[in-house]
Design a protein around this ligand. Structure first.
Ligand SMILES: Cc1ncc(COP(=O)(O)O)c(C=O)c1O
Length: 391
């Protein structure tokens, strides 16, 4: 007797233009006295775009910039040594060194979670603790990867508006730790640029936080999944916002802002690299065909798309914020917009726009994110829909 399970096809609201979706069909075959299972993967091509769905869910739904694709194609000839020994990987320290105006060590990884978790593992012993915001991606959205890769180091949370904390907030939290054997010891400060609510730490704020951390012997890590958006918003140099302000390690996001599948982990002090390379290999993050990751990072900086793409995403978000400023729950500074719209309005908007309700369930808050390739007409449509919103 054969039993066929219906293929799982994604819900229409999650499908956009020309995507290919994989569904699996499983057939169980009973062959006399023993049973075996056949698993078949089928590809379902979904034609055309769902006309009414306009996407503001995240910047990681964006496509890959032409400059990145061209760079991948250009390096795609002949042999290149594996595991980061190719000439593109070799040049990363120099290329990023020019960008940051100092000597750096740069490594590729394939996701922001890997960059954060491996950076923290390198900086924090298992008995240490990482001071971070309660809404930080490393706390809420990495499935415990920082704890796993550090060997169990604790995250100690700090509060503050806009997923951002002040020097006073940090001092107050640090006052709880004693240098005795019974408690975990503060070893790392991790802040996010731009924050999970689209805010930025200014150069002065970064410097003040880093000084507190360094005075306690802690390292300073920045989750820069949207670092380019923060740089553009602050109109400062990459050096000013990082090592000159006391940052030791930066998870430099590329994927959300036009990249494909490579992020950079930037160490501003060679000493802090320590055993990172072994950790990266052990985590399965040392790409064998490393050139394809390295060229993405090089193209990202050298073509200038880090800036162009972030400028466009920030500008589009500012337009959305301006359409209903009375609804903003936090100021819009980068490419994310947070609005208190109420549950009914969220339900109505969801019919035409893809976005996430934000905060605790039923809070009536929504998040809209613009990316480098968000269509202008989608922003027009959202602005028009929001223009009728009440407070
Ligand atoms: C603040 C922040 N950090 C890091 C990441 C990286 O996550 P991923 O592992 O999905 O690349 C994200 C992605 O949403 C993020 O928003």
């Amino acid at each position: 007797m054969a039993r066929t399970l219906t293929p799982v096809v994604p819900a229409a609201e999650n499908i956009s233009s020309g995507e290919t979706h994989w569904a699996s069909r499983v057939t169980y075959v009973d062959a006399r006295r023993w049973a075996f299972r056949v698993s078949v993967s089928v590809s379902v091509r979904v034609p055309g775009r769902i006309p009414s769905m306009r996407y503001f869910k995240s910047d990681n739904t964006a496509s890959v910039s032409r400059e990145i694709l061209d760079a991948i194609a250009a390096c795609n000839t002949g042999v290149a040594l594996a595991y980061g020994a190719d000439r593109w990987s070799d040049s990363l320290d120099e290329v990023f060194g020019r960008f940051f105006e100092t000597k750096v060590r740069v490594f590729t990884v394939s996701s922001g979670t890997a960059a954060n978790a491996l950076a923290l593992a390198t900086l924090c012993p298992p008995w240490g603790t990482v001071l971070t915001h309660a809404e930080a991606h490393i706390e809420r959205d990495e499935c415990g990867a920082p704890e796993f890769f550090t060997g169990g180091a604790k995250l100690s949370l700090v509060g503050g508006e806009g997923a951002k904390f002040t020097a006073a907030d940090l001092e107050a939290r640090l006052a709880w730790f004693d240098p005795h054997v019974h408690g975990v010891q503060p070893r790392v400060l991790s802040i996010t640029q731009a924050t999970e609510r689209g805010a930025v730490y200014s150069v002065a704020e970064t410097r003040a936080l880093a000084k507190i951390a360094h005075d306690r012997g802690m390292s300073v890590h920045v989750d820069g999944a949207r670092f380019a958006n923060a740089l553009v918003a602050l109109d400062c140099s990459p050096a000013e916002l990082t090592w000159k302000a006391g940052v030791n390690v930066l998870s430099f996001g590329v994927i959300k802002n036009g990249g494909m599948n490579a992020e950079a982990l930037v160490f501003f002090d060679a000493d802090r690299v320590a055993d990172f390379e072994f950790r990266r290999k052990r985590a399965g993050q040392l790409a064998c065909k490393g050139r394809y990751a390295a060229v993405q990072l090089i193209a990202y900086l050298e073509s200038g798309i880090w800036k162009r793409n972030a400028e466009r995403a920030n500008r589009l978000a500012a337009r959305i914020a301006a359409a209903a400023p009375q609804c903003l729950s936090v100021p819009c500074v980068t490419n994310q917009v947070f609005m208190k719209l109420g549950n009914e309005r969220i339900a109505a908007l969801s019919k035409e726009f893809g976005f996430y309700p934000w905060g605790p369930a039923g809070s009536g808050e929504a998040r809209f994110v613009c990316s480098w390739d968000t269509p202008e007409e989608d922003v027009d449509a959202l602005c028009a829909a929001l223009a009728t919103a009440e407070t």
